[in-house]
Design a protein around this ligand. Structure first.
Ligand code: PLP
Length: 375
């Protein structure tokens, strides 16, 4: 059996190695490194794949989040709500822009923003909500959008972990993750479900005017070359990453299917074990399994992780701390007791290896190692 890795991208590369070599050679021959034809084609192909009007490529997912808030003209002191259980980038850009960070607790079963807790956090200064589609499954968007509409708030989706996930509205309409709010921000960091071979990211929006603002902010705030209308940032996707992403986008549905197959194996082998809960499934979303995340009760999570390490099974705690427990984000207004679900998840979650190259013997070995500890 091959050694088990948390993320393994080697098989994907072998599959399009020859085609990619050709694309890269062409970029080198034409020296179209920035904003070349590969970037334009990738943008158009991703718009088509997601069913969204505009894709605006940029340098990484954190920039994408920042650009969305800058383009919307949020000002220091404006309040922005995001989940307390997320990757730091979501909260980081809010703090970086001088906006007031407001943290919301999450749902235990889906790990995502709890819409029932939003209303209590809204003040006259609230300007935006940033739901995160954590681990590959959409947050409960209909109630988030309803609260946002009622209070005239913007919604920016952090879809760095959920590209390709599909949300179903209560009336049956469907939309892909990142295309439901004012804008969506995603990351193509190598380990993400659609990963480049370096840093890359993108924004999505269905609004023509806002797309123009996003493009302008990502390009130093200029609409016409050397005429700068707003303070922007320098955030570009380069042609080499775009070429890689095009080859992988064509295979994204196959990658998602492979992740779902691994998840189904885990589900079958691990459900019904005392002290362990398999990932909850939201009825409103498909799951693209960026992570397969267990909840281990009774304070045994770290011991299970140590046991797995001994068996050469990697696992990761995404995330060991709530946002407000990190020193730069700690503030008297954030109290542990206001975030019971987040705090509980931080002590219970454990993500198992999840990628497109997992074999059945590896999956069986991993599950046996988990069962061996908990039985
Ligand atoms: C990866 C990630 C980001 C940031 O993306 P980068 O490309 O690394 O800047 C933001 N939010 C979430 C939830 C992520 O998982």
């Amino acid at each position: 059996m091959k050694p088990i890795q948390m993320v393994d991208l080697t098989g994907q590369y072998q599959d399009f190695k020859a085609d990619l070599a050709e694309s890269l050679q062409q970029i080198l021959d034409t020296a179209a490194f920035i904003n070349g034809p590969e970037v334009k084609s990738f943008q158009a192909e991703l718009e088509q794949y997601l069913g969204v009007k505009h894709v605006i490529p940029c340098a990484n997912g954190t920039d994408a989040l920042q650009i969305s808030m800058m383009a919307a003209g949020l000002h220091p002191g404006d309040e922005v709500i995001c989940p307390n259980f997320t990757y730091i980038a979501t909260a980081e850009v809010i703090a970086l822009l001088g906006l007031k960070l407001v943290l919301c607790d999450v749902e235990y079963d889906t790990f995502n923003l709890d819409p029932a807790r939003l209303e209590a956090l809204i003040t006259p200064r609230t300007k935006a909500i940033v739901p995160v589609h954590l681990y590959g499954q959409c947050a409960n968007m209909a109630p988030v959008l309803e609260v946002a509409q009622r209070h005239n708030l913007l919604v920016f989706e952090d879809t760095a972990q959920a590209i390709g996930a599909e949300y179903t509205y209560p009336d049956g309409r469907k939309a892909t993750a990142g295309t439901m709010g004012k804008a969506g921000a995603t990351s193509f960091y190598p380990s993400k479900n659609l990963g480049a071979y370096g840093d890359a990211g993108a924004l999505f929006t269905n609004e023509d005017a806002f797309a123009a603002e996003l493009r302008m902010i990502a390009n130093h705030g200029q609409q016409r070359q050397y005429y700068f209308d707003r303070v922007g940032v320098n955030s570009r996707l380069d042609s080499i990453q775009a070429a890689i992403l095009r080859h992988k986008l064509r295979r994204l549905d196959t990658y998602i299917a492979a992740r779902r197959k691994a998840a189904a194996f885990y589900d079958d082998a691990l459900q019904g074990i005392d002290g362990l809960q398999i990932p909850g499934r939201a009825p409103w979303s498909t799951h693209v399994f960026h992570q397969y995340t267990l909840r281990i009760a009774g304070g045994r999570r770290d011991a299970l992780q140590a046991h797995l390490r001994e068996k050469n099974v990697p696992s990761v705690v995404f995330y060991p701390l709530a946002v407000h427990q990190h020193p730069p984000y700690a503030h008297a207004r954030f109290r542990d007791e206001d975030y019971p679900v987040t705090m509980r998840l931080c002590s219970e979650v454990l993500s198992l290896p999840m990628h497109t190259e997992l074999t059945e013997d590896q999956l069986a070995y991993i599950c046996e190692a988990v069962r061996g500890f908990l039985r």
